[in-house]
Ligand binder design. Structure first.
Ligand SMILES: Cc1ncc(COP(=O)(O)O)c(C=O)c1O
Length: 365
């Protein structure tokens, strides 16, 4: 007779570190027309570039595996970032590569140090892998506390520290000197998530890597490059480190459509990326200026494609008012230190106007 499996017993075989987490869900209310809640680029690829990508995609045999680690794309990424191909792993979005780092670096009890508040995925990954997580609070102005991070690096000797700069959800950037100080104090790896690099005045930490082989950089195509829907990112590490990380890497992770799009965009149209990043940056400054001029509104000076702000109104209610005007922004109240704050990313001209109009009407009630 077939044995009955009890579901509760079956589910208990899933590691507690997994069962204790929540799935990452942003959700999209149906009535939204102006979507400014996920720090995406508001600009899709121009139709003529899309056509070119689709023509290349149509030539790819669907019945064959692509090459294991997307070598052509790795070379394209390396040329874009200014490093050697033997320093690069391509990923299905940079989140995928953060997952690879967690798999390679964190096991039960591995010390991990993260500043707060930061992109929540890293704490989740540390806990999923049963790491021993220490979160270092920010300073009063939401800047990462570099001295405290240096101290934690020396005392805890973590295998992994992650710095997101410019940071999400604050938009604040660290200087290269601050990153260098943390890397110099650490015997383990210091990962610098540069998702918003193209919008920032600070350069890439790539130039610090020659002297600091413990630095690993993460880059994404979801923000300035406008390819969030295709899922692409890359990791830059010392070749000796990269050789080891590749052993933990699943093969065939890059979709050939995404690969074709990134290759064509980066090699034939880098000016499109630059021009759009510049425009988004200017729009963010304009949004910051409008918010700063409003009475009682606190604004964090952003170097990314979004702005974090707080008004005297309750954040959930204000978000609801925006939503009734079809404008979707993100409440940051899930972070204890960001109670009452909302985050809005720069959109198209029309979207930015819709945000401003909704803001003015919401605050005048
Ligand atoms: C700091 C940071 N890193 C990474 C990501 C996600 O990147 P990807 O789309 O490449 O997985 C985000 C997305 O919001 C982010 O804010």
């Amino acid at each position: 007779m077939k044995r009955q499996i009890r579901m509760d017993e079956l589910v208990r075989r899933i590691r507690p570190a997994v069962r204790d987490r929540r799935p990452y869900l942003v959700g999209l209310p149906e009535a939204t027309t102006v979507k400014l809640n996920q720090n995406e680029s508001p600009y899709d690829l121009p139709p003529e570039i899309k056509e070119e990508v689709l023509r290349e995609f149509a030539r790819i045999p669907f019945n064959r595996y692509p090459d294991e680690f997307s070598e052509r794309l790795v070379r394209t990424f390396a040329a874009y970032a200014g490093c050697d191909p033997d320093q690069v792993i391509a990923g299905n979005g940079s989140n995928d590569l953060a997952g690879l780092l967690a798999l390679a670096l964190i096991e039960r009890g591995t010390p991990v140090v993260l500043p707060r508040p930061m992109f929540s995925l890293y704490a989740k990954l540390a806990l999923l892998h049963d790491g021993d997580l220490l979160e270092v609070p920010c300073r009063e102005n939401f800047r990462f506390d570099t001295d405290a991070l240096v101290e934690a690096a020396k005392e805890r000797r973590p295998s992994l520290i992650v710095l997101a700069t410019p940071n999400n959800p604050t938009g604040l950037a660290m200087t290269l000197d601050e990153i260098a100080a943390v890397a110099d104090a650490s015997e383990g790896f210091v990962v610098v998530d540069e998702a918003y690099l193209e919008f920032s005045d600070e350069g890439s930490a790539l130039r610090l890597m020659d002297e600091r082989p413990n630095l690993i950089l993460l880059r994404t195509f979801s923000k300035a490059c406008g390819l969030a829907g295709l899922r692409l990112g890359f990791l830059i590490a010392h070749p000796d480190v990269l050789r080891e990380l590749r052993k933990a890497r699943m093969p065939f992770m890059i979709d050939p459509l995404a690969s074709a799009a990134a290759h064509i965009l980066l090699t034939a149209y880098p000016d499109v990326i630059e021009e759009r990043a510049r425009r988004i940056r200017q729009d963010c400054v304009a949004i910051t200026d409008v918010l700063s001029a409003m009475e009682g509104v606190e604004v964090v000076p952003s170097q990314a494609n979004f702005v974090l702000f707080r008004t005297p109104q309750d954040a959930a209610e204000l978000k609801g008012r925006f939503l009734r005007e079809g404008v979707l922004v993100r409440s940051m109240s899930g972070y204890p230190e960001l109670q009452g704050f909302l985050r809005v990313n720069a959109g198209t001209e029309v979207e930015n106007k819709a945000f401003m109009t909704a803001l003015k009407s919401a605050l005048s009630v």
